[in-house]
Unconditional design. Structure first.
Lengths: 307, 124
């Protein structure tokens, strides 16, 4: 399945019911709706791939007026990902995996329960990052014990992914040491390298009065600026938002626990109430189709059932 | 008027001129009295959470924490401070514009941090 382009697969699959792809796919051929042989291997666009972003699952949150299915929503999302016809290359969780608590043991328990649930994902490669709810009260100690490093990089099919931690400092800074680490990493990358930054808070000042910013985010953006192909995916604000800082695109994801109001739209930020007539409204996950050659990322928003 | 009386009168006049001059100087150079506004950060709330000021009126915010570390940020005037238990943090401000300005805790302090905000209203 991974040997051919997913979009072409979906388009071809959409041509008509009754097409059987199964056995022929292993050798890269299949029948189209008209019964002609299609060479899927040649239809492949080299290195294109897709991944899924889930965010702000807030495992441990309780508030029936906001989400009466607080214990079921993440499980539904896991099912939704597992039901995707073509499985993603990997999954990213952009922070606030758990809801904050002062109790260290409860924090650890929530992280353990979260890991058990997402352990049900079929995709073997999952990249985690922390949110302030996971890491700000203990500077990331419990998080690192459960999930590993707070900032790191990985490469996939020609794209360099950089995970930036803007949450383990309760003051919402990346900090000088991490900035130096980032600059050193970027030095290794060509200026036309395909770079994706994954982080929790917005790196730009989206709405600082609601903590929707990173104190030294401008320094991170400055460091990224010399690179021509940079895209940022983040969470934290529990809704879709798309913003450009120069040539750098920033895309925030929906939450899997509760939606939040649009930036500055109400005097006090508070979770939006559950809409019984439209359950799970405002919640969701997304698939991101990466086309490294064109440095393009096609985002498709999915609801908690994957539709 | 004899010589002694003339000297005495001159002295009195000179003394009153000096005293008047001093009074005028002191008034002109006096530091305006700052209004002190006490704010407590506790249980994910600021108290008070609504503060009315007058444009041009100098104030000093004295902020203390009743539980844990918080932050106080009034971005509309570009001021902030950490608020630590057992200490009083001070911010001096003379508002130069009118309007409604949000202040918030900018140090993540736990469940409820997101709702820890208040408003400064500056009138003419």
């Amino acid at each position: 399945m991974s040997k051919f382009d997913r979009r072409r697969f979906i388009k071809l699959a959409g041509l008509g019911g009754g097409i059987v792809f199964a056995s022929s796919l292993s050798r890269g051929f299949g029948l189209n709706a008209l019964g002609s042989i299609v060479d899927y291997a040649n239809a492949k666009v080299e290195n294109d791939f897709y991944f899924v972003q889930l965010s702000d699952t807030h495992w441990g949150f309780s508030g029936p007026k906001v989400n009466p299915d607080a214990e079921g929503t993440l499980k539904k999302a896991v099912q939704a990902v597992n039901s995707l016809e073509v499985q993603p290359d990997f999954i990213v969780f952009t922070g606030d995996l758990t809801h904050t608590t002062d109790d260290v043991q409860i924090r650890k328990d929530r992280m353990s329960q979260f890991k058990d649930i997402v352990g049900g994902l079929k995709v073997p490669t999952v990249h985690f990052m922390a949110g302030e709810h996971d890491a700000s009260l203990d500077r990331g100690d419990a998080y690192q014990e459960a999930f590993g490093k707070l900032n790191y990089t990985f490469d996939h099919k020609g794209v360099h992914f950089i995970v930036v931690d803007n949450v383990s400092d309760p003051g919402a800074s990346v900090g000088e040491s991490q900035l130096n680490w980032l600059k050193a990493d970027l030095k290794q990358q060509k200026t036309d390298a395909r770079i994706v930054v994954l982080t929790h808070r917005p790196l730009f000042d989206l709405y600082p009065d609601w903590d929707w910013s990173t104190k030294d985010g401008a320094a991170v953006i400055d460091a990224l600026m010399p690179h021509k192909n940079v895209t940022v995916f983040y969470g934290h604000i529990h809704q879709e938002n798309h913003h450009m800082t120069g040539h750098i695109a920033h895309h925030s994801a929906k939450s899997l626990m509760f939606p939040l109001p649009a930036p500055g739209s109400v005097p006090k930020k508070a979770p939006l109430p559950w809409d019984a007539s439209a359950p799970y409204k405002g919640l969701g996950l997304r698939s991101i189709e990466a086309e490294p050659k064109q440095a393009k990322y096609e985002i498709k928003e999915l609801n908690v059932t994957g539709a | 008027m004899d010589h002694k009386k003339r000297i005495l009168l001159t002295g009195v006049l000179l003394a009153s001129a000096v005293v008047s001059g001093l009074l005028i100087y002191t008034r002109a150079n006096a530091v305006p009295v700052e209004r002190v506004i006490h704010i407590t950060a506790k249980n994910f709330q600021f108290s008070p959470d609504s503060i009315t000021l007058k444009k041009g009126e100098p104030v000093v915010f004295e902020i203390s924490s009743g539980d844990r570390k918080h932050g106080f940020s009034l971005r509309g005037f570009g001021v902030r401070t950490d608020v630590l238990p057992g200490e009083v943090s001070r911010i001096r401000l003379t508002p130069d514009k009118t309007g409604k300005f949000t202040f918030s805790c900018d140090v993540f302090c736990g469940d409820g941090h997101e709702e820890m905000t208040g408003t400064v209203i500056v009138t003419e």
